[in-house]
Design a protein around this ligand. Structure first.
Ligand code: 6R9
Length: 665
């Protein structure tokens, strides 16, 4: 598995690259100073977090959060047993920590800066207003029958109401299950059914890049096969004329008027679930990763504070969508837990023009900006003339979701940041809840392309995938695992704990397995190489090849399908599909288009294959296993390095596939 990753390094050899220290200008314009005095303090605290985790995390949890009832047991359980639990006996409410404690101190402080799709349509929401709106929606959810422990599906565009819906669930102890609004009706249906959600929160329409999206229509399509859904709360975003199902659908603006503007938060146990978020794995069905309340909040607040160097009065802008983990942790929880302003951006970086991000940063005096390299590649390619803005309040520029190439890193640093901000390349996953390998802004030196050093409490291990043994020392390559539990790790896959154990904890006993290949250089810096499983990363979106194959096979003409990721200049990786068709069908462009449409319909537009090759057969072993490695090699033009193909049940298909690819190119 890991050989693939090791042979295709995405970065230069570690010792050839420059080291960048936190820029002096960043420290000069700092409102005070970074939370730590320097690398030595990081090293001292890091050591404590590994050798005395109870002391370290107990202190941080009490410092960063307000508990209704204090905890006594900081940590229990183990990676071996898969029963990790944190801050037991503690009682806490996420919405109280994100809202009330700031609203009581300063109700007029801005919590949400809403940048609408049209630059002129935005508004701000203060902490006082947020408390009132969240309380009202919490009442509405109760009136729709939602009780503590129930799951609520949220299918909303990037508008303040998405944050309000999330926090309203948290307020009453309901488990939010946000589904990215780019997912199709079928994907939404699967998630609603798997989580057994009976209430869905949505909008009439969405608006993105000047285009309208029929959000409610997608929900209606999905719910046709979800008989247990009894309530749909609909926010009026555009005022489109949409059908409302009697007895099921209610309008947000009508319901909130019925209820008072304060509701006391529910006291939750630290280990009560806070949310589910579905993510793709190597097998077909998406997994509902379950995060719990206390540990997740500690991870979000701690990484927000130390990695992004968040200070009072900061204005934080994460370009991720709340439908993904990046939006959960760094649009919603981290900035609100720390009481600063968070930008909720509805649009795209290219609308109305390529200066949109920079205009937002300038307009709102943004101090930290966080985005995926795919957006940076797009904007770099569009040209430096779009980045004329001074953006003089910026101190930290974050990168997330995929490896960032050194030249994109440098462009971010020089052209966007004018060498006055620190770049933080943050490595983490839906499963880790918050950053696990990342520099601390103002503290950690960085190297373009490296996520640098582990966050507190994270003890990385590089494992030899062949022997399964940990490789000690520096200048080593292998697969990445973690040796100790940390507070914000997902506790289970919803309703499938066995799958959780098999995917993460039983692969290498005693370790959490990330699924990524990585190197540790001569100075102990980590270089993430990318997935070693059948997960493709397209524009920072995590897709399962098996899921796309399953979608293709739903098409009546498809006999078999194999999907692989190929390197793509703009999107990092792109989806390419090999399809063999049933007798009676002829290969054609029209058929290829239908296959692409099939994936769009079944999963969502972002999963659509960039190329579809219709081939007579797929390369399979005698036991029927598809050899995707061979397909990847052919696409990379490395036909002379296919290795041993005699184990294939029909080695002659390889030649035919090569021809099909050449013809298409
Ligand atoms: C936060 C998020 C997780 C996968 C992960 C890895 C890739 C994330 C990265 C990175 C290189 C980084 N990934 N951050 N690769 N450098 N800084 O993206 O979560 O959607 O679950 O994806 O993304 O492959 O395993 P998620």
């Amino acid at each position: 598995m890991a050989q693939d990753a090791a042979k295709a390094p995405v970065v230069a050899e570690a010792h050839e690259v420059d080291t960048y220290h936190p820029p002096k200008k960043m420290l000069e314009k700092h409102p005070s100073k970074p939370h730590l005095s320097g690398l030595e303090e990081y090293q001292r605290l890091y050591k404590e977090s590994i050798t005395e985790p109870d002391k370290f995390w107990g202190r941080l949890a009490r410092e960063l959060l307000t508990w209704h009832k204090d905890f006594q047991t900081v940590r229990s359980g183990s990676l071996v047993n898969g029963d990790v639990a944190w801050f037991l006996e503690g009682e806490i409410n996420a919405s109280y920590n994100c809202i009330d404690r700031h609203a009581f101190k300063d109700p007029n402080r801005v919590a949400i800066i809403y940048e609408a799709d049209e630059p002129t349509d935005g508004r701000t929401v203060t902490y006082g207003e947020l408390l009132r709106e969240v309380s009202r929606v919490a009442y509405v959810l109760k009136s729709l029958g939602v009780r503590k422990g129930d799951t609520v599906a949220i299918y909303l565009p990037m508008i303040p109401e998405a944050v309000i819906a999330i926090l309203a669930c948290a307020r009453i102890g309901a488990v939010h299950s946000v589904v990215f609004a780019g997912f199709s009706a079928d994907s939404l249906r699967d998630r609603v059914l798997d989580a057994r959600s009976r209430v869905v929160i949505t909008a009439d329409e969405g608006k993105r890049g000047g285009k309208l999206i029929g959000t409610k229509k997608i929900v209606d399509d999905a719910l046709r096969q979800c008989p247990d859904v009894t309530g749909v709360l609909v926010f009026k975003r555009t005022g489109a004329d949409i059908p409302m199902t009697k007895g099921r659908d209610v309008w947000w603006h009508e319901e909130v008027e019925k209820w008072p503007a304060y509701m006391a938060p529910e006291r939750m146990s630290a280990e009560d679930p806070l949310f589910l978020l579905y993510t793709s794995g190597s097998t077909g069905k998406p997994k509902g990763m379950m995060h719990t309340t206390g540990g997740y909040l500690v991870g979000a607040a701690a990484t927000g504070k130390y990695v992004f160097d968040i200070h009072d009065g900061d204005r934080f802008f994460c370009g991720g969508d709340v439908g993904w983990i990046t939006g959960h942790t760094y649009v919603v929880y981290a900035p609100l837990l720390l009481g600063v302003s968070t930008v909720v951006f509805e649009g795209t970086p290219a609308y109305p023009n390529f200066s949109r991000y920079w205009d937002i940063i300038e307009k709102h005096k943004v101090t930290q900006f966080y985005v995926a390299p795919t957006a940076l590649r797009l904007l770099k390619r569009a040209g430096d003339q779009h980045v004329r803005n001074e953006m003089k309040h910026l101190r930290v520029l974050g990168s997330v979701g995929e490896p960032i190439a050194a030249e994109v890193w440098k462009w971010y640093f020089e052209v966007v940041g004018k060498e006055e901000s620190q770049i933080v390349d943050t490595y983490w996953q839906t499963e880790t809840g918050s950053h696990v390998i990342a520099p601390l802004a103002g503290v950690t030196p960085t190297k373009p392309g490296s996520a640098s050093l582990p966050f507190f409490g994270i003890e990385p291990a590089i494992i030899d995938p062949v022997s399964g043994e940990e490789i000690h020392g520096n200048d080593v390559e292998g697969v990445l695992a973690f040796k100790q539990p940390w507070p914000s790790m997902a506790r289970t896959v919803w309703g499938a704990h066995k799958r959780y154990m098999e995917t993460y904890l039983n692969v290498y006993k005693g370790y959490y397995f990330t699924g990524d290949g990585a190197g540790r250089d001569h100075e102990g810096f980590y270089w993430i190489r990318g997935r070693v499983d059948d997960v493709v990363n397209v524009s920072g979106h995590r897709l399962s090849t098996a899921e796309i194959e399953a979608a293709l096979i739903e098409h009546a003409a498809v006999a078999e399908a194999a999907v692989v990721g190929v390197a793509d200049e703009l999107t990092g990786q792109a989806v390419n599909a090999f399809v063999s068709i049933k007798d009676g069908n002829e290969p054609s462009d029209a058929l290829r288009k239908e296959f692409i449409l099939q994936v769009r319909r079944s999963i969502g537009p972002f999963a659509a294959p960039k190329a579809v090759y219709i081939v007579p057969d797929l390369p399979k072993t005698r036991s029927g296993k598809i050899m995707r490695r061979i397909l990847r090699k052919i696409l990379a033009g490395e036909e002379d390095q296919l290795g041993d193909i005699t184990t294939l049940s029909d080695p002659s298909v390889v030649e035919k596939i090569i021809n099909a690819v050449h013809e298409a190119k």
